[in-house]
Write a protein that binds this ligand. Structure first.
Ligand code: DAS
Length: 357
């Protein structure tokens, strides 16, 4: 017969063992901070079948975390609500705030990785900006959703679960800023949103995604060779704003109006999103050369979406003193030019940067 006092001792010993075991388990898990910015992943619709016409950026970060209790099995998760916006409203000031917060957190020993929940509309842009300004090898993973949290088969929860796994994965260290969408791992530099609404919208069409998620694990098969994070020459620590850079779109029958208006509005750089290999219509070229003469840096990009924008191909960049965008799409070329202009106005130096990052 076991005495009551011995029963109590055994009970306490069992509780102690369970507690120590739980603490040991928690101690083994990576510490991942989720920075929430809004978007569809935090969106709500009026019915479970509302997949368009919903309201983005309505759910807070703690609710997002509570909605995926499985997160606690793969990481010690904390959450911060940095903004609560639909990402079409993301601005340079948001990027500077976010980039500085990421760098502060990653400098802490108790943070192993960061997940940023974000609207899908400009997710690729925020990812590329951070790819150029984060000063750590620790994983930074952007994640969104194509369906609001209230929808049938909402993709947000599984995307968030995958993103937290990735942010805590040793394999993700040193890989640059990553995007986790649709069970796939993409590099910030080359991923794009390629569909307005389907869950498989995020693709790295020709240069290739980096890997997959399967069975609660991240699997890498590629990595980017362009410089990023700690290897870049950009530092936003002392910046309170970014130079104004805008995009002028090319199309049949285009005229000089937009380029002239951007320059008049104070643009320090203009990305020309040209047709084909960045061709310049005869009616636009004078506006671009006049802008260059005023010191505005002109980058030739392409609206096409894939391929190398050849320097001195469709225009004599050497003679015009223009910059070629390489494979960056216009919206990412804008980001690199903004950061380049915080360092230099030399087109030779800026062209080097476009071939480096
Ligand atoms: N408006 C979109 C955005 O916030 C919603 C989304 O797809 O996340 O980017």
């Amino acid at each position: 017969m076991i005495s009551p006092s011995r029963c109590i001792n055994l009970l306490f010993a069992s509780i102690l063992l369970l507690t120590l075991s739980a603490q040991a388990q928690t101690a083994k898990l990576p510490n991942v901070t989720i920075l929430a910015t809004g978007g569809t992943i935090a969106g709500t619709g009026s019915t479970s079948t509302t997949t368009v016409g919903y309201t983005a950026a309505t759910i807070g970060v703690q609710t997002l975390i509570r909605a995926v209790p499985e997160l606690a099995k793969v990481a010690n998760v904390t959450g911060e609500q940095v903004f609560q916006i639909a990402s079409e409203n993301m601005g340079n000031e948001h990027w500077l705030t976010l980039g500085k917060r990421v760098n502060v957190l990653l400098a802490q020993d108790n943070v192993d990785g960061i997940v940023i929940t974000h609207g899908t509309d400009t997710l690729e842009e925020t990812a590329y900006f951070l790819n150029l300004v984060v000063k750590s090898r620790k994983p930074v993973v952007l994640v969104g959703a194509m369906r609001p949290s209230t929808a049938l088969s909402a993709d947000g929860p599984i995307n968030l679960y995958n993103a937290v796994i990735l942010a805590g994965s040793p394999e993700a260290v040193g890989k640059g800023v990553l995007v986790a969408m649709g069970d796939q791992i993409h590099a910030a530099r080359d991923v794009s949103k390629t569909n307005t609404s389907t869950p498989d919208a995020f693709k790295t069409t020709e240069l290739g995604m980096l890997g997959y998620f399967q069975g609660n694990r991240a699997f890498f098969y590629h990595q980017t060779i362009r410089k990023h994070t700690l290897e870049t020459e950009f530092d936003i620590g002392a910046l309170t704003s970014l130079p104004q850079v805008d995009i002028a779109y090319g199309y049949a029958n285009v005229g000089p109006v937009v380029v002239n208006a951007l320059v008049a509005a104070g643009a320090k750089g203009v990305i020309h999103a040209g047709v084909g290999d960045g061709s310049l219509a005869a009616k636009v070229l004078p506006a671009l050369t006049a802008a260059r003469a005023k010191g505005v840096v002109i980058v030739r990009a392409s609206r096409v979406g894939q391929g190398i924008l050849a320097r001195n191909g469709e225009a004599n960049d050497d003679a015009l003193d223009f910059v070629a965008a390489d494979t960056l799409n216009p919206q990412k070329a804008r980001i690199l030019l903004m950061l380049a202009l915080t360092k230099t106005t030399s087109t030779r130096e800026i062209q080097r940067m476009f071939y480096t990052y």
